[in-house]
Design a protein around this ligand. Structure first.
Ligand code: TMP
Ligand code: ASP
Length: 237
């Protein structure tokens, strides 16, 4: 594996250039952050768990016709991905009200939403990732093209359907999750970033126990045990 210089370091991952200009190496870190990195921690083995969980989810989505940046898993903490230009929007899909939605709108925690809610947040740490709408996207120059935003919404809903149906067979409720998309050099919009318990909320179907990064955010303990449980259920036949 011929790696070159680091392209970018985020809160949960590092990206490296490779000898192929169309491909990047993604390294999953053990670091955990929350509340725009106001809270920091680390959990040994978390990077490897997220790499394996993300791999399984990307493979499931690809089998179901979703175009993603994922090429292959290389080792415990690395995957090879197509190089994309990330669209600076965090696309959040919510099936159940919790987290920032309950705080913002006063909806009761745990209330099942009448339909999957898709929200856009501007990916900008300095601004704290504020929620934005289509007009903000135009003003910010993210896109002049509403059809691109409609495409993100359509993909997000399709992904939600595929993942919700899959996870319920594994006794997990997919409460909400965050997606990022990027454009390849031909302008195709691919699902990018990662899909893991860092970026999703999973509640146990029977007990509603939280099996995701809320265990870190809310000091519930057993972070790694929860991620291991998610992986175990994903891999079960
Ligand atoms: P929220 O309720 O805090 O807005 O989070 C909604 C979903 O998005 C939840 O599954 C966690 C995920 N998320 C991220 O992946 N990154 C972030 O920076 C934030 C704020 C949320
Ligand atoms: N990912 C964000 C951070 O690292 C927020 C979060 O996931 O709660 O600060």
């Amino acid at each position: 594996m011929d790696t070159q210089q680091m392209l970018y370091e985020g809160k949960g991952k590092k990206l490296f250039l490779t000898n192929n200009p169309q491909e990047v190496l993604v390294e999953f870190k053990d670091d955990l952050t929350a509340f725009n990195a106001e809270k920091k921690g680390s959990e040994q083995g978390k990077g490897a768990l997220n790499c394996e969980i993300s791999t399984a989810i990307f493979e499931l989505l690809i089998q179901n016709g979703i175009q993603t940046h994922f090429i292959k898993k290389l080792d415990s903490t690395h995957m090879l991905c197509k190089k994309v230009q990330i669209i600076p929007i965090e696309v959040v899909v919510r099936n159940v009200a919790t987290g920032s939605l309950t705080k913002r709108l006063g909806i009761e925690d745990g209330k099942i939403l009448p339909f999957a809610l898709v929200e856009f947040y501007y990916k900008d740490d300095a601004l704290g990732d504020p929620i934005i709408n289509d007009e903000h996207c135009k003003i910010l120059g993210i896109t002049q093209d509403t059809t691109e935003l409609d495409f993100l919404r359509t993909q997000a809903r399709k992904i939600n359907q595929i993942l919700s149906e899959f996870f319920i067979t594994r006794n997990l409720r997919l409460i909400d999750f965050k997606l990022e998309f990027g454009k390849d050099n031909e302008g195709n919009i691919l699902l990018a970033d990662e899909i893991s318990p860092d970026s999703c909320r999973f509640w146990d179907k029977d007990t509603n126990d939280k099996l995701d990064k809320d265990r870190f955010r809310q000091n519930l303990g057993s972070v790694k045990v929860a991620y291991e449980e998610v992986l175990k259920r994903i891999l079960q036949k």
